[in-house]
Design a binder for this molecule. Structure first.
Ligand SMILES: Nc1ncnc2c1ncn2[C@@H]1O[C@H](COP(=O)(O)OP(=O)(O)O)[C@@H](O)[C@H]1O
Ligand SMILES: [Mg+2]
Length: 277
């Protein structure tokens, strides 16, 4: 299972719309996708998908339901977990319950190809937790200068926390492909100079006013009108993500990675001294 976290430096750049539509595009290519709303500030994945879930992460953390039971069916074949305020609960629950939850999350592996975390913006510890839990991080950047500098700040903190983080830049709301690439190149130059990091480029989604009415109607634009510029761009990015699958073949140790990300230290098994003696 690939675990992809979508984040940004600044809010309002299009993370949730990109996560939702990208998830749907991946589902249309045959991947089994689960979208996980991990944004504490503005948890609106359900609104963007135009569906409401009966249960949320709350119910799974209360111990009344298991994670599989709170997963709802969304449009276009995606499934989703409504997180919202349940996400902050993750910080406060007991170690045992958290461990159990992470185990359930890892067990999604059997039924899921791609798990997408739609996180909040910025460098909040809780956001970082999800970024560490992922094996790929998509940073959504727009041509707005504040979005670029904030994206750099986020990438810097992420790499300080996790040197080998796999950071992929997705340019959103660009005027042209060329503009998207130029901004990515600038960002990558600075990252390689000051952070000794290589960011990869996932591609761009053009600014497209024709998606706005669909967003208002709570209909994912890739489904509502696949011919729109933004829809075609999202599908291209889904293709690119699919093509990279081989690079990130499902590795073992997902539970351990999740536990490390969420700050659970494993007790090392005791050395079998008694046996050796
Ligand atoms: N490619 C795009 N073209 C035009 N408008 C966009 C595009 N992407 C995002 N938007 C606008 O940005 C708004 C915020 O998007 P959203 O996904 O909620 O951002 P975030 O999750 O980062 O806060 C959308 O409601 C839409 O108006
Ligand atoms: Mg959002």
């Amino acid at each position: 299972m690939r675990v992809i976290a979508v984040t940004s430096g600044k809010g309002g750049v299009g993370k949730t719309n990109i996560s939702a539509n990208l998830g749907i595009a991946l589902a249309q290519f045959g991947y089994r996708v689960v979208l996980f709303d991990a944004d504490l500030g503005l948890a609106n994945m359900d609104v963007v998908l135009g569906t409401s879930a009966e249960y949320s992460l709350h119910h799974a953390l209360d111990g009344n339901l298991c994670l599989a039971e709170v997963i709802a069916n969304g449009p276009g074949g995606v499934r989703f977990v409504s997180g919202g305020s349940g996400v902050s609960k993750l910080i406060n629950i007991s170690r045992k319950r958290l461990q159990n939850f992470l185990l359930e999350l890892a067990q999604l592996e059997e039924s899921t190809d791609v798990l997408v975390f739609d996180t909040g913006a910025g460098v909040d510890q809780r956001v970082l937790t999800f970024l560490r839990a992922a094996n790929e991080v998509i940073v959504v950047v727009t041509p707005d200068p504040a979005s670029i500098t904030d994206a750099y700040a986020t990438i810097k903190v992420l790499l300080r926390n996790q040197k080998d983080a796999n950071v992929q830049v997705l340019m959103n709301q660009v005027e042209s492909e060329r503009q998207g690439e130029a901004i990515y190149r600038k960002l990558n130059d600075i990252a390689s100079q000051f952070l000794e990091a290589n960011l990869s480029y996932l591609g761009c989604v053009r600014h497209d006013m024709d998606i706005v009415p669909w967003i208002r109607l709570r209909q994912p634009f890739v489904l509502a009108d696949p011919r729109l510029k933004a829809s075609r761009d999202v599908v291209d990015i889904a293709k690119a993500i699919g093509n990279r699958a081989k690079l990130f073949g499902s590795e073992g140790g997902l539970v351990i990675r999740l536990e490390t990300a969420f700050g659970i230290k494993r007790e090392m098994p005791e050395e079998p001294r008694a046996l050796a003696a």
